[in-house]
Design a protein. Structure first.
Length: 240
């Protein structure tokens, strides 16, 4: 039941150039993901997958134990995550290291805590190997309050007349996959699917679910680091 940590960090990015090397609190985003894996103390290997030599070099300094040079064809904007994972699994098997389970940690969601990663693995083990994903509660974003189309002609997502208003008490629970933690199984990847038939969620607060895709997200993350909670997480991850 051993797991390895897989951190995908390609060199290119549209929203923020060299995003995975962008500094946050004095550390590159890829360093935050590696630190979370390290501080868990449960991984036999922390695998960094990148097409970029500088990212691999910096990742090694932060504690990645296996550096995988990703082929260019799966390091483009439209490359599918599952192909990156399959490449990593093949490479590990080539080195004589086979794993049936792994934890995917994306650098762009830096505020996961080591304890939450560890709890995700425990949940995976006790949930019949269901896929585990980190989520944030977005029940307030009920379909009955959402519209689609364009601003000059909005249509209710729910498809009903909402002119009489809606009651929050009637909202169905809804969760957003925030991208911070995925506990996955090799057998599902080989079936060309990321997830098993059963998916279990582990909840993260909204303040920890910041996903950095563009400059405004980065500003939000830097502001969060100025709060007591942000300072606490940074200390947990990077204090010797």
């Amino acid at each position: 039941m051993s797991h390895f940590a897989l951190i995908p960090a390609r060199g290119g990015s549209k929203g923020i150039p060299r995003k995975n090397l962008t500094p946050l609190g004095g550390h590159p985003l890829v360093g935050w993901a590696i630190a979370a894996a390290q501080k868990c103390g449960v991984f036999e290997e922390i695998v960094l997958s990148s097409d970029d030599s500088e990212i691999l070099e910096i990742g090694k300094k932060y504690g990645a134990t296996r550096l995988l040079k990703r082929p260019a064809d799966i390091a483009v904007d439209n490359a599918k995550q599952i192909e990156v994972i399959k490449h990593a699994l093949r490479e590990l098997e080539h080195f004589g290291t086979g794993y049936e389970h792994f934890v995917l940690l994306q650098p762009t969601t830096p505020f996961r805590t080591p304890s939450l990663v560890s709890d995700s693995i425990v949940l995976h083990r006790t949930s019949d190997l269901a896929s585990v994903i980190s989520v944030s509660d977005v029940t307030h974003m009920s379909d009955s309050t959402m519209y689609e189309g364009n601003l000059s002609n909005l249509t209710s997502v729910e498809g009903t007349n909402t002119s009489e208003g809606t009651l929050r008490q009637t909202f169905t629970r809804k969760y957003w996959r925030n991208g911070a933690i995925y506990v996955l199984n090799r057998k599902d990847i080989l079936r060309q699917t990321l997830y098993s038939q059963k998916i279990v969620g582990i909840e993260m607060s909204h303040e920890l679910s910041i996903n950095i895709d563009n400059p405004s997200d980065l500003e939000t993350a830097r502001n969060f680091l100025q709060t007591s909670k942000g300072e606490e997480i940074q200390e947990v991850l990077f204090k010797p």
